[in-house]
Design a protein around this ligand. Structure first.
Ligand code: ADP
Length: 775
């Protein structure tokens, strides 16, 4: 089908047949921006949609001459009046579009156009009263949010499409107000929700465009300040939080257990929390750092004074960090321990601003640790003591107050100080008063302990003498200091052992050594005497031999030989005695027991010496109340005893004197007595003459020869037989020595060779009598 198109017609138009576009002129194509192909075949409904004609209007039933906004393909608004002509051909129509070009916004409002191009704020123009969005830049579309964030979806739509529940919205009110009053609207930071319910803050401005006294358009200018607002809000929020935290922190700081000190660069305290104030004002109100140092001395854990320059506070003020520096200082007469940490704080420029010191009182913790430490040490000692069964006392140092005492020590203590209470009542008492120390003893004791604690002495031994029921006793004390955390002694443990026996034995030994010394002084004299005699006699004999005078001096030579012989015996006796003495001392002196008739043994020995004694013009008389008394004895040793006693009796008798030797059977006992009528012994010496190794009175012993060993040997031998020896004497009248031997017998006894016995006896007499001057 053909249509004659009016070429050169300025008005754009299109044809429809059955409401479908079948042709259009070029002006229409140019006017709308759509291509022919895009347009041909489209229904009127579709074209209305493409041209964004208000949906209220339908091209189908259009009233001629009506004005509309249509939009080009590029979304430019065009105000047109549309005229529809029905053609003769069936169902064909032609629609003419006549534009009022003076209404184009780009021409009318060049400023707004510029604004639209500038995408720094959102700009939109709506017409009034329909409130159709005619133009908008992307910024504005973004504010609308999806799905209206593109021109395609937003241009030509109405404000009511964009705003949720438009009819009741604040926006409708605002816009209506602008339209009615012609006054622009400005509001900062309007809270909005876009299509996606995203919270937005917009600085909004609605400007009415008035033409002929009527608002024809409204221009919306909106700036998204969400970020700014939220940032501000969050920083305000943050500030609030910070403030709250600060308050909280201040409360915490104020009430924290640790002392908190802040010191400025002028060395003044700028902040002290509660604990810090307590710490400080326990002494004096302190204003600056140095103040405390004049009142408090600080020590390290070993008790050394910390110099001011080493103190944590000094270090922090010098810019150093300090971590848990342990100090000890005296507060209210008590020692306290603190762990100090600190850190310097610098300002923005990096200059020292202030120092923060945190002081933690660890006294209790340390005490607990100390107790634990002491307990461990104590457990160890307790176990030791339980096993050793020795005395044990624990006391505080330097107070010397008893803390613990074991049964052994308590038993001793009760004997030393019977008035002392029970174990419990002693606890806490002063050690020295409990143990009845004298002032001097106490001073001495304290000095010793002090030396041990100060490690001035290596050994921690000490001796203490005391009296138990009048008996002198000695304790050996081991002092063991128990050391606290700071390395100082806080308690002492004394472990005591009774060493009375050892001390006595030691004293005895001392005496023995003394006696030995004197004895050997005597012995050396005794040795020299016979040796000198032997030597000089020998010289004399040599002289006779050399000069051939032996025959002439025959008698003298015999005498000299006798003298030499006798002095050899004397030497033998002496040596025998010394050997026996040593044997007895060391326990090697043994008896050779056999069952013997003691009467016979005694009588025989008396007979053996009687010849000898006669020469001395002394009588010897033997008597007995029995003829036979068999007892177990070492006959050789018994003979020596009797010989020794007779030898003494001879030595200390003058010629014409008598010696009585008696054997008395007293049943269970046999008594052998040797009595003389000699010079006697002074009473004061009587107790001493048997004393083992006792020095005999020199004035007596030197009158006659003798080593002074004889009687002590006699006593030892008698005692080894289970017997006793005693003496009675009167000066000038004589002495009597009595030996009592138990009358026992043994089961088996060896027969002693008689011959050997006789030879031995003569030899023995010679030896035993060797110190009697006979030549
Ligand atoms: P010594 O070998 O010197 O005789 P003793 O031990 O036998 O030593 O005797 C000790 C001392 O006892 C003698 O030195 C003497 O002073 C005194 N004494 C011993 N027996 C008698 C006595 N029968 N008469 C007087 N004094 C005696």
């Amino acid at each position: 089908m053909y249509y004659a198109l009016n070429e050169g017609t300025e008005e754009p138009f299109f044809y429809t047949k059955n409401s479908v576009i079948i042709e259009m002129n070029n002006e229409f194509i140019n006017f709308t921006g759509y291509s022919r192909d895009e347009l041909i075949g489209k229904s009127l409904l579709k074209i209305g949609y493409m041209l964004r004609i208000d949906s209220k209007f339908s091209l189908e039933n259009i009233k001629n001459g009506c004005g509309f906004y249509i939009f080009t393909k590029e979304y430019d608004e065009r105000w047109v009046s549309i005229t529809c002509k029905t053609l003769e051909i069936e169902n064909e129509k032609v629609y003419f579009f006549k534009e009022k070009t003076n209404l184009r916004i780009e021409n009318k409002f060049s400023i707004i156009n510029k604004l639209l191009l500038d995408n720094n704020v959102g700009v939109a123009i709506y017409n009034v009263p329909n409130l159709t969005l005619l133009k908008a830049n992307q910024y504005y579309l973004n504010l609308l949010g999806k799905p209206y964030n593109t021109k395609e979806t937003a241009i030509g739509k109405k404000a009511s499409d964009f705003i949720y529940l438009w009819e009741n919205s604040e926006w409708k009110e605002i816009v209506t107000n602008v339209i009615n009053t012609g006054q622009s609207f400005l509001r900062k930071e309007m809270k909005e929700y876009n299509q996606n319910w995203k919270e937005l803050y917009i600085d909004g401005n609605i400007i009415p465009v008035i033409e002929k006294g009527k608002v024809k358009y409204i221009v919306l200018i909106g700036e998204d300040v969400t970020e700014k607002v939220l940032l501000r809000k969050s920083s305000q929020e943050q500030a609030k939080i910070i403030n709250k935290q600060k308050e909280k922190l201040e409360i915490i700081m104020e009430n924290m257990f640790d002392g908190l000190f802040v010191i400025d660069k002028h060395y003044k305290y700028t902040l002290l929390n509660n604990s810090a104030r307590e710490f400080m004002f326990n002494f004096h109100p302190l204003k600056s750092v140095g103040d405390s140092l004049s009142y408090i001395k600080y020590y390290d854990s070993l008790g050394n004074l910390i110099p001011v320059k080493e103190l944590p506070i000094t270090k922090v003020l010098k810019g150093e960090k300090v971590k848990e520096f342990r100090i000890t200082c005296g507060m209210k007469d008590e020692m306290h321990n603190f762990d100090i940490s600190g850190s310097p704080i610098y300002d923005n420029k990096g200059d020292f601003d202030s120092g923060i010191i945190i002081v933690r009182n660890v006294t209790d913790k340390i005490k607990a640790e100390e107790n634990r430490l002491l307990k461990t040490q104590l457990n160890f000692f307790n176990n030791m003591i339980a096993n050793l069964k020795v005395g044990f006392v624990r006391y505080s140092y330097p107070e010397y107050k008893i803390i613990e005492i074991n049964n052994k020590t308590y038993d001793d203590l009760k004997q030393i100080n019977p008035g002392v209470g029970n174990v419990l009542s002693i606890i806490g008492k002063n050690l020295f008063s409990a143990f009845n120390f004298t002032k001097d003893e106490e001073a001495e004791f304290r000095k010793n302990i002090q030396n041990i604690v100060d490690k001035k002495v290596n050994s921690n031994f000490n001796y203490h003498k005391f009296y138990l029921s009048g008996e002198e006793r000695f304790l050996k004390l081991i002092h063991q200091p128990l050391v606290g955390i700071n390395g100082k002694a806080v308690e002492i443990i004394d472990i005591s052992t009774d060493i009375t026996d050892e001390v006595k034995a030691k004293n005895e030994m001392k005496k023995i050594f003394q006696i030995h010394e004197e004895l050997f002084a005597n012995v050396s004299h005794e040795l020299k005497t016979p040796l000198n005699v032997i030597f000089s006699t020998n010289q004399l004999m040599e002289l006779y031999l050399k000069k051939g005078l032996v025959e002439v001096n025959k008698e003298k030579v015999f005498r000299d030989v006798d003298i030499i012989k006798q002095n050899c015996y004397r030497l033998t006796k002496l040596i025998n005695n010394i050997v026996d003495l040593s044997k007895i001392e060391s326990g090697f002196f043994k008896l050779n027991l056999s069952n013997e008739n003691i009467v016979e043994v005694t009588e025989n020995i008396v007979q053996s010496v009687s010849e000898y004694i006669k020469r001395k013009e002394i009588n010897i008389i033997f008597d007995t109340n029995t003829e036979e008394k068999i007892i177990a004895c070492d006959p050789e040793k018994i003979e020596r005893i009797i010989l020794n006693l007779i030898s003494n009796a001879i030595k200390f008798s003058n010629s014409g004197g008598s010696i009585f030797v008696n054997v008395l059977d007293k049943g269970g006992i046999v008594e052998i007595s040797v009595e003389d009528t000699g010079i006697g012994i002074e009473k004061k010496y009587l107790d001493n003459i048997f004393g083992r190794f006792q020095q005999v009175d020199k004035s007596l012993s030197r009158n006659v020869e003798g080593s002074g060993i004889g009687l002590s040997l006699v006593k030892s031998i008698v005692e080894m037989h289970g017997g006793k020896i005693s003496v009675a004497s009167e000066v000038g009248k004589g002495s009597i020595f009595k030996v009592e031997l138990p009358a026992r017998i043994i089961k088996s006894s060896k027969a002693i060779e008689k011959n050997k016995q006789i030879n031995n006896k003569i030899q023995m007499i010679n030896v035993e009598f060797s110190d009697i001057y006979s030549i």
